[in-house]
Design a protein around this ligand. Sequence first.
Ligand SMILES: *[C@@H]1O[C@H](CO)[C@@H](O)[C@H](O)[C@H]1NC(C)=O
Ligand SMILES: *[C@@H]1O[C@H](CO)[C@@H](O)[C@H](O)[C@H]1NC(C)=O
Ligand SMILES: *[C@@H]1O[C@H](CO)[C@@H](O)[C@H](O)[C@H]1NC(C)=O
Ligand SMILES: *[C@@H]1O[C@H](CO)[C@@H](O)[C@H](O)[C@H]1NC(C)=O
Length: 952
Amino acid sequence: MRIIILGILILTSVLLSSDTTVATQLPITVSQNGYSGLTVAISDSISENVALIQKLKDWITAASRVLYKASKYQLYYKDVTIVLPKTWSIQSSYKKISGLKFSRAHVRIDDEENPVVGKVPYVFGQTECGKQGQYMHLTTYLLFAGELAGFGEIGDVFIHEWGHLRWGLFDEYASFEEAGLESPSAFYLDDGTWKPTRCTEEVTGRNINMFTGAPCTVTEDGIPEKDCVFIADKDSSATASLMGQQNVLKMEEFCDTDESSTGSKLRHNSQAANNQNIKCNSRSAWEVMREHDDFKGNTPGSPSFDTTPDFTIEVETDQRICLLLDISGSMQKNNRNSKMYTAASNFLLNMVADGTSVGVATFNNIGRVVHEMLTISSQSDRQQLVTSLPTTTGGTTSIGAGLLTCITALNSSSEGLEGSMIYLVTDGEESRAPYIADVQPVITTSGVIVNTLALGNESDTQLGGISRASGGQSFYYSEDEDSTVLTDAFAAAVADTSSDMLIQIESKSFSLSSTQSFEHSITIDATVGRDTILQITSSESNDIEISVTGPDQTIHTEINSTFGITTVKIPNIAQSGSYKVSVTTASNSMIPGVLNVQSKVRVPGETTARLSVWLSDDTHVYGSDSTTVVYVAVLKGMAPVLKCDVTASLEGYDASTVQLHDNGIGSDSRENDGIYSAYVFSNNFKRNGRHTLKISGQNTNNRAEILKSKEKSNTFPYYSGLTTELVGNFQRVILSSEISVTNYTATQLTDNIKPAKITTLKLKSVQLKGDKLQIILLWKAIGDDLDVGTASEYDFRISDSFSKIKQQPEQCTKLTNNVPIPKLAGSTEQYLVTIDDDSLTKYIVVRAIDDVGSKGDYSNIVSVSKLTDPSWTSEAINTVNLTETFVSGSLALAILLVMMILGLCLKVRSSKTNDQKKLINEKKNQNQKPGKRGSSNKHHYRYEYKNRNYIV
Ligand SMILES: *[C@@H]1O[C@H](CO)[C@@H](O)[C@H](O)[C@H]1NC(C)=O
Ligand SMILES: *[C@@H]1O[C@H](CO)[C@@H](O)[C@H](O)[C@H]1NC(C)=O
Ligand SMILES: *[C@@H]1O[C@H](CO)[C@@H](O)[C@H](O)[C@H]1NC(C)=O
Ligand SMILES: *[C@@H]1O[C@H](CO)[C@@H](O)[C@H](O)[C@H]1NC(C)=O
C-alpha cells in the first residue's frame, strides 16, 4: 500500500482570556442563530491578490454550512467582514476603515509562519477549557492548497479552529505537548491493548510507525514505540468529531457525552489521552459548548436554511484619533491637568505615527472641539496640535457630551467612522447628561474604538465597559508618585495603530536629590534602534540634568526639555548594547521622576521580540481563594521566545510582583509556547478599585531562545528540523488593561489556595512481573498554592471502574506504598507502583495536598492493563510500504517536535504498491530492534510527497 499521510492538523496553541471577550478582540454577537461581527483580516505582508478574497468567501461560506449542521442548526455566520491591508489598491466598492483592524481580527491571514507549526492552521492563545482564544492564524498556502494537502475539507478545518477559538474546545487527537515527559499519549492502555486516541471510537484507521509505515510495536518498557501514530482512514464512516479526526471525509459533528444514551456515532471517548479530556475534565465538546452563551436561548432553525454569509470588504486606511480630554473642575486636584497636559504633549510630539489624523476635543458639562482633525506630516503639525491642548479647568462632567463631540469631529471625513479611535482621559464620575450609556449605541453602531485612561480612583466605573464593548482598552493611573502609567498608557493606545509601532523598552520611576543621583542601565537590542527616545518626566524638570552614555562611550547630548519632559534623542540608528542613564539635580529635596525609553525596529518590517498581555478576568473579587491569571505572550515574529524573564508588577505598589512561567503547569496551559502565565492572588492587592499591571519581559543573561526550522521549505509539510537560536539580550515593558478589585478587607487572608490540578500524569512503563504489573508513572510537580511552591503530599487513587474514578475518586482505593514526597513545582516526578494483575483495566489519578490540608483536584486519568493484544508485540511487518526517498534523521526529530507542540492527526489514503519487502529488508539492515529508533544520524525514510501525498 502506498501511504499517504495526509495531513495534519490543526492545531491549537496557546492562550486565553476572559469569558466572553478578549480585551482587544472585536465584538461578536449572536442573534437569530447568526453570528455578526466575525472579522477576517489580511496581513499587509501579503501582496495584492484578488483571488484571495473569493477564496476566503468560499471558505467561510463552507464553514457556515458546516457550523450550522454541527451546531444542530443553532449557529451560522450571518455577516462577515474581510479586511484588506492598506497596501492593497482601493476599489470603490470597498468600505474604508481607519486604523489597523488586523490586530483585533478573529482570523488573521498571514504568510509569516510560526516556525514551529509551519503552514498548519492554529489558534493562538487558548488557555482554559471553555475560554476564548486570541485569534486564528491561516496561511494563503492553506487557503489555496490545504484541502489537497490533506488538512481536511475547508469548512471542517475552519470549524475545528472555531471550536478552539470561540468555545475553548481542545483537540481530541493525540497530543504530545508535555515535551518533558516522554511517554506518548497517542495511545492509552485499555482492555489488554493500546487504543488510539480518537473521538469517536468509530473512527477507523491503523497504528503505524510514522517513519517506516510498519505496524507499531511496544518498547521494552511496554509502551508504544515513540514514533507510533494512529492514521485515520480518510473514508472512515465516522461522523464525529470535528475536534478529533476532522480530516476524515464524513466528519460533521461534535462528540456528545460518554453516556450510553448517546449513540456510538456521537459518543465521546472520555478515556482517550487527549487535551479535551485533560483540560475539560473528560467532558465532551457538546458538554462544554452547551455552557457557552452562544448556545443559550437558541431555537434551532430549519435544516434547509440558507447559511451563506453576507460579506463586507473593508480596506484599512491611516488611523484617525480624537484625543478627548477632561477639563472639569476636579482636574485641578493632584495636578491632574498639568500631568495630562504633559502626557498629551508627549503623545502628540513623540508617539503618534506620521500619517495619523489627530483631532483634540475637551469636555466638562459640554464638549468642544479645540483642534479639528489634522493629518500629521511634520513636526510643526505636532506643535500646532500641542498648542491647542487645554490649560484651564472648571465645570461638571458629561462624558457622553465629550464622546459625541469626538464622534462629530471624526465623522468630518468621507471615510466614515469605523475603526477611528477616541482616546478619553478623565478623572470624573459623570454628573450630567448625556451619559456614557446614552451614547453607547452610537459608539457601537459607528464602530469607533474607545480607549480610556482613568486618572485617580474616582473616575467612572463604566469606562472599562465602554472600552471593552468597542474593542478598546482601559487603563488606570493611580496617581502614586512612583507610577509610570501616565506615559505608558498613552504609548499603549497607539501601539497597534501602525505596523511600524513604537516599542517600549523601559519604564521606571525613581526619585533623586542633590545627594542622590539616579543611575540606570538599559539594553537597546540589535533588532531595534530607530527613533530611539529616552525621556524623563518630572514636575521639576527644569532642575535636572541627564547624561546618556552609549555602548561605545558616546555621550548623547541632544537634549530638549519642554512641557515637563526632558527628551534625549539618539540620532540615526542607536548602536545596540547597554546604555547608561545618569540623572542628577541641584535640588536639595527629593524629586520624583519617571524614565521611559522607546524605539522602533531597526528596519521597518523586521521582526523583534514583542510582548502582549491579557487577563483571565477584568475584575478580582478579593477572597482567600480568589485568583486572576495574567498571560503574557513573548513572540519574535510568530516564533515563541523561550526562557525569557517575565514579571507582572502591580503598578503604584511596593513589591507586589509575580513571576510568570511557561512550564505547562497550573495557570500555564502549554509548555514552551511563548505564552507565560501566573496566578495573581488576593494578597497581592491592598485596596479596592482599579489596578494596572505593568509587564516586564527581559533577557539579560543571553539565555532566551526561539524555536525555528533549520531550513525553510516551500512545500508543506516538510520540516528540515527545528533548532533553537539565541535571541540576544533585550528588554520590553507593556501595560495590561486595568483590573478592578472588589470586596477588599484588611483582615489577614487564611491560606485557602489549594494545589493546582495535575494534568501531566502519564505512563512511562508497564511491565508484567509474574502476576503483578509494575508500572512507572510520570508527572510534573505542581505547587502548594496552585503552581507556586512545594506541595506536601500526593494522594493516588486506583479503581477498575472508569466512571467511579471520574465521579468519586476519593471513594477509590488509595495507593500508599512508596509514594514520593512532592518536589518543587515544575519538577519531574516519578512513581513506581506494583499492582496485582487481575486482567481488568485499572484507572489511576493523583492529587496534591498542601501543608494546611487543602486538597487539589484529581488529575487526568491514566489507565493500565496487561497487554494481551498480539498485534502490538509481533514483529510481523506486512501491511505497509513506502517509497524510498532518503532523508536524514532530522526530519524525524522535526516531526516529533512539531507533534509535541501541536498534536497530530494524520490520515492515510491507501493504495497498494509492491515494494514493501524491500523496505522491510532495509529496515532490518539498519539493525534496529523493533520499537527502537536508530540514532539521529541514521537514515530514515520519508513518505513521498507528490500529488496528494503528504506527510505531516
Ligand atoms: C456621519 O456623517 C454622515 C454624513 O455626513 C451622517 O449621515 C452620519 O449620521 C454621521 N454619523 C454620526 C454617528 O454622526
Ligand atoms: C481614593 O484614594 C484615596 C487616597 O488614595 C482614598 O482616600 C479614597 O478613599 C479612595 N476612594 C475610593 C472611592 O476608593
Ligand atoms: C526643543 O523642542 C522645541 C519644541 O518641541 C523645539 O521648538 C526646539 O526646536 C527644540 N530644540 C532642540 C534643540 O531640538
Ligand atoms: C462582595 O460584597 C458584597 C457586598 O458586601 C456581597 O453582596 C457580595 O456577595 C460579595 N461578593 C462575593 C463574591 O463575595
